[in-house]
Design a protein around this ligand. Sequence first.
Ligand code: NAD
Ligand code: DAU
Length: 349
Amino acid sequence: MTGGAGFIGSAYVRNLLLRRDGTRITVLDKLTVTGNRANLDPIVEDPALAERFRFVHGDVADPGVVGELVAMADAVINFAAESHVDRSIIEAEAFLRTGVIGVHVLLEAIRREAIRAAAGERARAPRLVQVSTDEVYGSVAGGRSTESDPLAPRSPYAAAKAAGDLLAHSYAVTHGTDIVVSRGSNTYGPFQHPEKLIPLFVTNAIDDRPLPLYGDGLQERDWLHVDDHAAAVDHILRHGSAGEVYNVVGDAHLTNREVARRLLDELGKPWSLVRTVEDRPGHDRRYAMDGARLAALGWRPGVSFRAGLAATIGWYRAHEAWWRAARSGAWEAWYERQYATRLAGSRKA
Ligand code: NAD
Ligand code: DAU
């Protein structure tokens, strides 16, 4: 799997290897700003788990390393991406390289394995799970997106993800490549890099720093716990139909304002920490997906937002060394660039 040192990918590795069912996982990760070897410490520190785990530092867009690893794999899961919308607004190129070229490199490697399988050189080619996002549907004014809705991405991040989805689909149609696509909603939980809404607001609040709420804060997201997201991807890998797309919903539709209120209540911190700042350009107002197709395949989210948020806040409180390290160095430069002017011109929320 790619991107296994990131937030959702590392949860997938930890949860799957802890089943101790004999599965072996090789992670290919470039260790970009969100990739963190420490997210895999629970694995490497347990000799029985470490024995079934291999880490390769490399780029999903590098055909040499990808070809070699795919040749040895039974299944491939592509979590690798530049994942932060705000960064894609400032500098989009890496999003395209990983989100489009990276997917193409994986698809070509799998196509070669299909040719080897047809020649009797291996049992069958690996299936690819392309991990995608609700953002490919664009901002949804009303109702819920179904998997057959047209793609209408509105940020460079979402456009790169949509391009990856379409490329994967084209290989399924043209070459008969065994791919399945998961489209997950906004994910939260432990080990999330503190540049995204929930970990940024929780860690800022712990330090009594202002919480920068974009615009009116009435944008709506559907929150999905990271263990549920990882479990859904695994379910899709094992039970999904080839060529199909599956929405992964959390069923906790909340405005950003409401998320901020709930996390401050949980932390016992005042609303006065929240500051209204200049909005994100092109900010999607609302994401909402229909999860019926994956439900029909036998999967539903298991973690309520109330319990999941409390546990997540508990985790950040207990793992201060992890997030203080993540918030050092390049993070500080990012924070200054993204928020200094915004906060200087902020007002009461
Ligand atoms: P993340 O940023 O925490 O992790 C991404 C990982 O990919 C990092 O470990 C990074 O080092 C690695 N990576 C980046 N470029 C790479 C490259 N060129 N080669 C190899 N590795 C590379 O992101 P996340 O939140 O864990 O998201 C994982 C996947 O799930 C992404 O594809 C994202 O689009 C998708 N997704 C995320 C969410 C969410 O709310 N976080 C929701 C839906 C879908
Ligand atoms: O919806 C799925 C997507 O969710 C994933 O595909 C992305 O990888 C993931 O980053 C996330 O994208 P969002 O843009 O929705 O997440 P983010 O945490 O950046 O922002 C969530 C909401 O909070 C969004 O409406 C913007 C707002 N926000 C965010 C930040 C960082 C603020 O108001 N202030 C902030 O400082």
